[in-house]
Design a protein around this ligand. Structure first.
Ligand code: ZN
Length: 317
Protein backbone atom coordinates (compact mmCIF):
# COMPACT_ATOMS: atom_id res chain seq x y z
CA UNK A 1 0.00 0.00 0.00
CA UNK A 2 1.26 3.43 -0.91
CA UNK A 3 1.28 5.77 2.07
CA UNK A 4 0.22 8.65 -0.18
CA UNK A 5 -3.07 7.56 -1.72
CA UNK A 6 -6.15 9.55 -0.82
CA UNK A 7 -8.13 6.77 0.83
CA UNK A 8 -5.19 5.98 3.07
CA UNK A 9 -4.68 9.63 3.90
CA UNK A 10 -8.32 9.91 4.98
CA UNK A 11 -8.13 6.88 7.20
CA UNK A 12 -4.95 8.20 8.79
CA UNK A 13 -6.43 11.63 9.42
CA UNK A 14 -9.34 10.14 11.40
CA UNK A 15 -6.77 9.62 14.14
CA UNK A 16 -5.98 13.31 14.46
CA UNK A 17 -7.67 14.44 17.65
CA UNK A 18 -8.23 10.87 18.79
CA UNK A 19 -7.86 10.28 22.50
CA UNK A 20 -5.07 7.78 23.08
CA UNK A 21 -5.41 7.88 26.81
CA UNK A 22 -8.41 9.06 28.77
CA UNK A 23 -7.64 11.17 31.78
CA UNK A 24 -5.83 8.87 34.20
CA UNK A 25 -4.71 9.74 37.71
CA UNK A 26 -1.28 9.00 39.13
CA UNK A 27 -1.09 6.10 41.56
CA UNK A 28 0.43 8.35 44.22
CA UNK A 29 0.38 12.06 44.94
CA UNK A 30 3.55 14.07 44.39
CA UNK A 31 5.75 13.10 47.33
CA UNK A 32 9.15 13.80 48.84
CA UNK A 33 10.52 10.22 48.78
CA UNK A 34 10.10 9.98 45.02
CA UNK A 35 11.54 13.47 44.60
CA UNK A 36 14.55 12.39 46.67
CA UNK A 37 15.14 9.33 44.46
CA UNK A 38 14.99 11.52 41.37
CA UNK A 39 17.29 14.23 42.77
CA UNK A 40 19.85 11.60 43.75
CA UNK A 41 19.62 9.66 40.49
CA UNK A 42 19.87 12.81 38.37
CA UNK A 43 22.49 14.35 40.68
CA UNK A 44 20.50 17.59 40.85
CA UNK A 45 22.22 20.31 42.84
CA UNK A 46 19.28 22.69 43.32
CA UNK A 47 18.17 22.76 46.96
CA UNK A 48 14.56 23.81 46.23
CA UNK A 49 13.45 20.18 45.79
CA UNK A 50 14.29 18.85 49.25
CA UNK A 51 15.11 21.76 51.58
CA UNK A 52 11.95 23.72 52.60
CA UNK A 53 13.94 26.68 53.94
CA UNK A 54 15.99 26.96 50.76
CA UNK A 55 12.77 26.72 48.73
CA UNK A 56 11.08 29.45 50.80
CA UNK A 57 14.14 31.66 50.39
CA UNK A 58 13.36 31.68 46.67
CA UNK A 59 9.81 32.86 47.25
CA UNK A 60 8.19 29.41 47.00
CA UNK A 61 5.91 28.16 49.74
CA UNK A 62 7.89 24.94 50.12
CA UNK A 63 9.77 22.29 48.16
CA UNK A 64 8.80 21.72 44.52
CA UNK A 65 9.14 18.69 42.29
CA UNK A 66 11.72 18.86 39.50
CA UNK A 67 10.02 19.90 36.25
CA UNK A 68 11.37 16.93 34.35
CA UNK A 69 9.62 14.62 36.80
CA UNK A 70 6.19 15.61 35.51
CA UNK A 71 5.81 12.51 33.39
CA UNK A 72 7.23 10.28 36.12
CA UNK A 73 4.23 10.87 38.41
CA UNK A 74 1.84 9.20 36.01
CA UNK A 75 4.06 6.44 34.68
CA UNK A 76 2.86 2.97 35.52
CA UNK A 77 6.40 1.74 36.10
CA UNK A 78 6.72 -1.84 37.19
CA UNK A 79 2.96 -2.34 37.12
CA UNK A 80 3.01 -1.93 33.34
CA UNK A 81 5.21 -5.01 33.16
CA UNK A 82 3.32 -7.28 35.53
CA UNK A 83 -0.19 -6.04 34.68
CA UNK A 84 -0.11 -4.90 31.07
CA UNK A 85 -3.10 -2.99 29.79
CA UNK A 86 -5.51 -5.32 27.97
CA UNK A 87 -5.42 -5.01 24.18
CA UNK A 88 -3.20 -2.72 22.21
CA UNK A 89 -5.67 0.14 22.13
CA UNK A 90 -6.09 3.01 19.75
CA UNK A 91 -2.40 3.76 19.63
CA UNK A 92 -1.71 0.18 18.56
CA UNK A 93 -4.30 0.55 15.80
CA UNK A 94 -2.61 3.74 14.62
CA UNK A 95 0.79 2.02 14.59
CA UNK A 96 -0.71 -0.81 12.54
CA UNK A 97 -2.22 1.64 10.07
CA UNK A 98 1.11 3.44 9.72
CA UNK A 99 2.81 0.09 9.08
CA UNK A 100 0.20 -0.64 6.42
CA UNK A 101 1.34 2.54 4.64
CA UNK A 102 4.91 1.28 4.79
CA UNK A 103 5.93 3.40 7.79
CA UNK A 104 7.29 0.50 9.75
CA UNK A 105 10.23 2.19 11.46
CA UNK A 106 10.15 4.74 14.21
CA UNK A 107 12.49 7.24 15.75
CA UNK A 108 11.67 9.75 18.47
CA UNK A 109 12.52 13.24 17.27
CA UNK A 110 11.67 15.67 20.06
CA UNK A 111 9.61 16.37 23.13
CA UNK A 112 8.47 19.80 24.37
CA UNK A 113 7.42 20.14 27.96
CA UNK A 114 5.60 23.32 29.01
CA UNK A 115 4.95 23.97 32.68
CA UNK A 116 2.04 26.05 33.90
CA UNK A 117 3.12 25.75 37.50
CA UNK A 118 5.52 23.74 39.62
CA UNK A 119 4.22 20.59 41.25
CA UNK A 120 4.36 20.37 45.03
CA UNK A 121 3.97 17.44 47.44
CA UNK A 122 0.33 16.48 47.72
CA UNK A 123 -0.55 17.35 44.12
CA UNK A 124 -2.63 14.63 42.50
CA UNK A 125 -1.50 14.59 38.88
CA UNK A 126 -3.53 13.14 36.03
CA UNK A 127 -2.74 12.89 32.35
CA UNK A 128 -4.65 12.53 29.12
CA UNK A 129 -3.12 12.06 25.68
CA UNK A 130 -4.45 12.89 22.24
CA UNK A 131 -3.03 12.70 18.73
CA UNK A 132 -2.34 16.32 17.90
CA UNK A 133 -1.14 16.00 14.34
CA UNK A 134 0.07 13.62 11.64
CA UNK A 135 2.16 15.33 9.00
CA UNK A 136 2.00 14.75 5.27
CA UNK A 137 4.70 12.41 4.04
CA UNK A 138 8.09 14.11 4.16
CA UNK A 139 11.47 13.14 2.83
CA UNK A 140 14.00 12.75 5.61
CA UNK A 141 17.53 11.45 5.86
CA UNK A 142 16.11 8.21 7.22
CA UNK A 143 13.56 7.79 4.46
CA UNK A 144 10.07 9.03 3.59
CA UNK A 145 7.92 9.35 6.69
CA UNK A 146 5.31 11.15 8.71
CA UNK A 147 5.76 13.05 11.93
CA UNK A 148 3.21 11.93 14.52
CA UNK A 149 2.76 14.35 17.40
CA UNK A 150 0.84 13.51 20.50
CA UNK A 151 -0.10 15.96 23.22
CA UNK A 152 -0.20 14.97 26.87
CA UNK A 153 -2.03 17.29 29.19
CA UNK A 154 -1.24 17.08 32.89
CA UNK A 155 -3.74 18.41 35.41
CA UNK A 156 -3.87 18.79 39.15
CA UNK A 157 -6.63 17.51 41.43
CA UNK A 158 -8.79 20.54 40.58
CA UNK A 159 -8.54 19.85 36.89
CA UNK A 160 -6.28 22.83 36.20
CA UNK A 161 -3.57 22.28 33.63
CA UNK A 162 -0.13 22.05 35.25
CA UNK A 163 1.87 21.00 32.19
CA UNK A 164 1.63 19.95 28.56
CA UNK A 165 4.02 17.72 26.70
CA UNK A 166 4.31 17.30 22.97
CA UNK A 167 5.90 14.07 21.90
CA UNK A 168 6.95 13.79 18.28
CA UNK A 169 8.07 10.67 16.49
CA UNK A 170 8.96 10.07 12.88
CA UNK A 171 7.29 6.98 11.47
CA UNK A 172 9.20 6.18 8.32
CA UNK A 173 9.65 3.75 5.50
CA UNK A 174 13.09 2.26 5.94
CA UNK A 175 15.33 2.64 2.92
CA UNK A 176 16.69 -0.50 1.36
CA UNK A 177 20.23 -1.07 2.51
CA UNK A 178 22.68 -1.01 -0.37
CA UNK A 179 24.07 -4.46 -0.97
CA UNK A 180 27.22 -4.62 1.10
CA UNK A 181 30.27 -5.91 -0.74
CA UNK A 182 31.08 -9.38 0.47
CA UNK A 183 33.37 -9.18 3.44
CA UNK A 184 36.81 -10.71 3.06
CA UNK A 185 37.54 -13.93 4.85
CA UNK A 186 39.10 -13.51 8.26
CA UNK A 187 42.87 -13.29 7.88
CA UNK A 188 44.96 -16.04 9.42
CA UNK A 189 47.27 -14.97 12.23
CA UNK A 190 50.63 -15.51 10.54
CA UNK A 191 53.77 -16.22 12.50
CA UNK A 192 57.20 -17.69 11.82
CA UNK A 193 55.91 -21.21 12.50
CA UNK A 194 52.97 -21.22 10.10
CA UNK A 195 53.84 -18.65 7.40
CA UNK A 196 55.34 -21.33 5.12
CA UNK A 197 52.02 -23.16 5.00
CA UNK A 198 50.02 -20.13 3.86
CA UNK A 199 52.77 -19.11 1.42
CA UNK A 200 52.55 -22.55 -0.21
CA UNK A 201 48.75 -22.27 -0.25
CA UNK A 202 49.07 -19.02 -2.23
CA UNK A 203 50.76 -21.13 -4.90
CA UNK A 204 47.98 -23.73 -4.60
CA UNK A 205 50.26 -26.22 -2.96
CA UNK A 206 48.97 -28.05 0.10
CA UNK A 207 52.06 -28.88 2.09
CA UNK A 208 52.59 -30.98 5.18
CA UNK A 209 55.35 -30.37 7.66
CA UNK A 210 57.77 -33.29 8.02
CA UNK A 211 60.33 -33.89 10.75
CA UNK A 212 63.80 -34.06 9.20
CA UNK A 213 65.02 -36.31 11.99
CA UNK A 214 62.34 -39.02 12.24
CA UNK A 215 60.21 -38.32 9.19
CA UNK A 216 56.85 -38.02 10.96
CA UNK A 217 54.32 -35.71 9.32
CA UNK A 218 52.46 -33.13 11.37
CA UNK A 219 49.69 -30.56 11.08
CA UNK A 220 48.96 -27.88 12.17
CA UNK A 221 52.43 -26.43 11.74
CA UNK A 222 54.63 -26.14 14.80
CA UNK A 223 58.27 -25.60 15.62
CA UNK A 224 59.00 -28.99 17.22
CA UNK A 225 58.42 -32.62 16.30
CA UNK A 226 55.88 -34.06 18.76
CA UNK A 227 57.55 -37.48 18.49
CA UNK A 228 61.31 -36.82 18.68
CA UNK A 229 61.42 -33.12 19.62
CA UNK A 230 63.62 -32.24 16.69
CA UNK A 231 63.46 -28.61 15.59
CA UNK A 232 64.47 -29.38 12.01
CA UNK A 233 61.84 -29.95 9.38
CA UNK A 234 60.94 -29.72 5.74
CA UNK A 235 57.68 -30.25 3.85
CA UNK A 236 56.06 -32.67 1.47
CA UNK A 237 53.25 -31.76 -0.88
CA UNK A 238 49.95 -33.51 -0.33
CA UNK A 239 48.53 -35.45 -3.27
CA UNK A 240 45.07 -33.99 -2.68
CA UNK A 241 43.23 -37.23 -2.01
CA UNK A 242 41.47 -37.27 1.33
CA UNK A 243 38.47 -38.58 3.20
CA UNK A 244 35.94 -37.01 5.52
CA UNK A 245 36.87 -37.58 9.14
CA UNK A 246 34.20 -35.42 10.81
CA UNK A 247 32.14 -32.30 10.18
CA UNK A 248 29.70 -29.77 11.53
CA UNK A 249 27.21 -27.61 9.66
CA UNK A 250 27.61 -24.01 10.83
CA UNK A 251 24.44 -21.94 10.93
CA UNK A 252 25.48 -19.42 13.58
CA UNK A 253 27.13 -17.16 14.33
CA UNK A 254 26.84 -15.57 10.91
CA UNK A 255 29.97 -14.08 9.41
CA UNK A 256 29.57 -11.84 6.35
CA UNK A 257 32.35 -13.67 4.50
CA UNK A 258 30.47 -16.96 4.58
CA UNK A 259 27.15 -18.02 3.13
CA UNK A 260 25.47 -19.92 5.94
CA UNK A 261 24.92 -22.74 6.37
CA UNK A 262 28.34 -24.02 5.48
CA UNK A 263 30.30 -27.15 6.33
CA UNK A 264 33.35 -27.07 8.56
CA UNK A 265 35.10 -30.40 8.17
CA UNK A 266 38.01 -32.32 9.55
CA UNK A 267 39.53 -34.01 6.53
CA UNK A 268 42.06 -36.82 6.70
CA UNK A 269 44.67 -36.53 3.96
CA UNK A 270 45.87 -39.67 2.27
CA UNK A 271 49.28 -38.89 3.81
CA UNK A 272 47.69 -39.29 7.25
CA UNK A 273 47.50 -35.81 8.71
CA UNK A 274 44.18 -34.07 9.32
CA UNK A 275 43.13 -30.59 8.36
CA UNK A 276 40.25 -28.34 9.38
CA UNK A 277 38.74 -26.93 6.20
CA UNK A 278 35.51 -26.24 4.36
CA UNK A 279 33.68 -28.54 2.00
CA UNK A 280 32.39 -27.23 -1.33
CA UNK A 281 29.92 -28.67 -3.84
CA UNK A 282 28.56 -31.00 -1.19
CA UNK A 283 25.24 -30.58 0.57
CA UNK A 284 25.15 -31.43 4.27
CA UNK A 285 22.83 -34.40 3.63
CA UNK A 286 25.36 -35.93 1.23
CA UNK A 287 28.02 -36.21 3.90
CA UNK A 288 29.15 -39.35 5.65
CA UNK A 289 32.23 -40.35 7.55
CA UNK A 290 34.87 -41.68 5.16
CA UNK A 291 33.46 -39.90 2.10
CA UNK A 292 36.24 -39.64 -0.54
CA UNK A 293 37.26 -36.02 -1.13
CA UNK A 294 39.53 -34.12 -3.48
CA UNK A 295 41.47 -30.94 -2.93
CA UNK A 296 40.17 -27.69 -4.43
CA UNK A 297 41.33 -24.13 -3.96
CA UNK A 298 39.51 -21.00 -2.91
CA UNK A 299 41.19 -17.76 -3.93
CA UNK A 300 39.59 -15.71 -1.20
CA UNK A 301 41.42 -12.53 -2.16
CA UNK A 302 44.68 -11.64 -3.90
CA UNK A 303 46.70 -12.50 -0.80
CA UNK A 304 44.80 -15.48 0.52
CA UNK A 305 44.24 -18.86 -1.07
CA UNK A 306 42.91 -21.68 1.03
CA UNK A 307 42.54 -25.41 0.48
CA UNK A 308 38.98 -26.72 0.56
CA UNK A 309 37.61 -30.11 -0.39
CA UNK A 310 34.95 -31.24 -2.78
CA UNK A 311 33.58 -34.60 -3.86
CA UNK A 312 35.88 -37.10 -5.58
CA UNK A 313 34.63 -37.58 -9.13
CA UNK A 314 35.11 -40.67 -11.28
CA UNK A 315 37.19 -38.65 -13.81
CA UNK A 316 39.89 -38.18 -11.20
CA UNK A 317 42.07 -41.24 -10.64
ZN1 ZN B 1 60.70 -36.23 14.63
Amino acid sequence: MNGNDTAYEERLMTYVGAVLQERTSAADPVNVPMIRHWVEAMELTSTVHLDPDAARATGRSGVVAPAAMTQAWVMRGYAATVRPTAGKGLFGDLVDLLAEGGYTSVVATDSDLELARELVPGDRVSVEEVVESISPEKQTGLGAGRFVTTLKTYRDGSGDVVATQRWRTLRFRPQAEPEAPKAPRPRPALNRDNAFWFEAAREHRLVIQRCSACGVLRHPPGPMCPRCRSLTWDTVEACGRASLYSWVVAHHPRHPAFDAPYVVAVVELEEGTRLITNLVDLAPDELEIGLPLRLRWVDADPDLSLPVFGPATSQED
